[in-house]
Design a protein. Sequence first.
Length: 330
Amino acid sequence: TDLQKHFPIRRGLLQRQVGAVQAVDGLTFSVKRGETLSLVGESGCGKTTTGRLLTRLIEPTGGKVTLDGRDITHLSSGAMRPLRRDIQMIFQDPYGSLNPRHTVGAIIGAPFRLQKVKTEHGVKRAVQELLELVGLSPEHYNRYPHEFSGGQRQRIGIARTLALRPKVIVADEPVSALDVSIQAQVVNLMEDLQNEFDLTYVIIAHDLSVVRHVSDRVAVMYLGKIMELADRTSLYERPMHPYTVALLSAVPIPDTARRDNRERIRLTGDVPSPINPPSGCRFHTRCWKAQEVCKTTEPPLAELAPGHQAACHFPENTTKLTIDPTGSAA
Ligand code: SF4
């Protein structure tokens, strides 16, 4: 709720703060049990920072994170320890996230050993079961990460994440480092595990084709804010925010008739700096629909259709709507 993370910029011998990177700036969203919510946007939009805030790897500058109705934002590490079981993270890089000097048994068994929840014999049995669950062999227990392919390493990372039976998994670009041929296997494995264990996923991604396949709802982020949030079908079929329209115009679609009718929108210019983001609508420096009001007045994230929110003064795919600054549509 209203989640915010500003990283201070310090200069000089006295390390005086001279500004802040507004990585995440007032996000409010919820994720339902068993749901997959994807956070998408160009690099630097704040999606990875959001994932780290949700898993309490970093502290927010403002706002709060609640899990099952409990505010976990400022719990001490001791109070957080039992909850660490509930929220786990899958990392992007299946090469860098596994310690090359540790065996698979040590890597997947680490959460059990840290939480002291099993005997050594129990850990070995549990790890071997997890290896089978993710499509590897119990005989891989004593092997090292370098003996596996990228896809297999991501399976090892997923097995480690599942060890303590989490409720929520935040997956940061879980397949982007993998060959396209392997991506589908890992996505299918994640879906099977979600069904089996009633997992809730927050997936951080930039590949909109993968996101379309895996998500129930999608939040599109730009410069630390949510620009649009909707269920998958509404977002892909009736995008309202010009930024989403531009992102989707670059996604290949199999339907030839629709593909022929579609206009590719090329965004000009770079994403502005999050140190000094544009006034009003943060997207106005790159938006082809921008008008004077966009430069001065920030559009609220408003529900413009049931379950479909967008932050834009002149949204697409809506029947004539006027948005007032309090966020209601008429
Ligand atoms: Fe574009 Fe204005 Fe909408 Fe921002 S508020 S996305 S600048 S039309």
